[in-house]
Design a protein around this ligand. Structure first.
Ligand SMILES: C[S@@+](CC[C@H](N)C(=O)[O-])C[C@H]1O[C@@H](n2cnc3c(N)ncnc32)[C@H](O)[C@@H]1O
Length: 233
């Protein structure tokens, strides 16, 4: 079997129930292989912009004899797909800006899917804001610690309207997801505590600089979330 770290395991779990999955930026191909070996998905189209990375995906597919169920395609983002070809896509380990670009450039493909599982390495606030503005319903927003780093994974689907803003969650807060708050994700409290600590440290050094107000606002938002969580059972 393929050993997945907690980040990839979370993506794997979020993709359960999808018959045909696109693994965009497949690279090492572990997710592609694990989805097929487990039998939780019947077909995977693995895409990567880099021929060398796609070759790694091909190797793992061949190693596990999954050629009948997996296809590799060289190209950028969701442009390798036609609308309706896959039920779900995983776009993991890339910048939030690049993910937004992919969803914008291949709007018809993205919107035809039942589910997108996204894991930005940076620009997560911008991605969350874009998803909200463009009416993507967030069904999960997980916080996963791996070593000393936190990863955030979102599962989203196209909707007719923006999600309602949850009561008690700070207005205009994108640092953490409102869905992780609504779903009472176990990682939310330790993540907020860690982020608040970091902001307080930076805030002291940023006194009098342009970044001071942003740090203060973010610290207030984190304090509010932690305070709301005190009332949870
Ligand atoms: C850091 S790796 C992540 C691999 C895997 N998805 C994961 O999360 O473990 C990023 C991968 O995305 C690929 N990539 C970068 N830009 C891309 C694009 N526009 N379209 C498709 N793949 C891309 C890279 O070649 C690389 O293989």
């Amino acid at each position: 079997m393929i050993r997945l770290d907690d980040r990839l395991r979370c993506a794997f779990d979020l993709l359960r129930g999808s018959a045909a999955v696109a693994d965009i930026g497949s690279d090492h191909g572990k997710l592609t292989a694990a989805l097929l070996l487990d039998g939780c998905c019947r077909r995977v189209i693995a895409g990567d912009i880099s021929p060398d990375c796609l070759q790694k995906t091909r190797e793992i597919i061949e190693r596990y004899g999954l050629q009948d169920q997996a296809e590799t395609r060289l190209g950028s983002g969701l442009s390798i797909l036609s609308p309706g070809e896959c039920d779900a896509a995983a776009i993991l380990g890339m910048g939030g800006e690049l993910i937004v670009e992919m969803l914008t450039d291949s709007k018809a493909v993205a919107e035809a899917m039942d589910k997108l599982v996204l894991q930005p390495m940076s620009g997560i606030e911008e991605l969350r804001q874009w998803l909200y503005k463009n009416r993507w319903h967030v069904t999960a927003d997980r916080l996963i610690p791996v070593g000393r780093r936190w990863y955030q994974l979102l599962s989203v689907q196209k909707a007719d309207r923006s999600d309602p803003w949850p009561e008690g969650f700070p207005v205009d807060c994108w640092l953490v997801g409102y869905r992780s708050y609504v779903n009472r994700e176990s990682g939310l409290k330790p993540y907020c505590q860690e982020q608040l600590q970091k902001r307080r440290e930076r805030w002291e050094k940023a006194a009098g600089t342009a970044g001071e107000e942003k740090l203060a606002r973010e610290a207030r938002q984190l304090e509010q979330i932690l305070k709301e969580m005190e009332g949870w059972n």
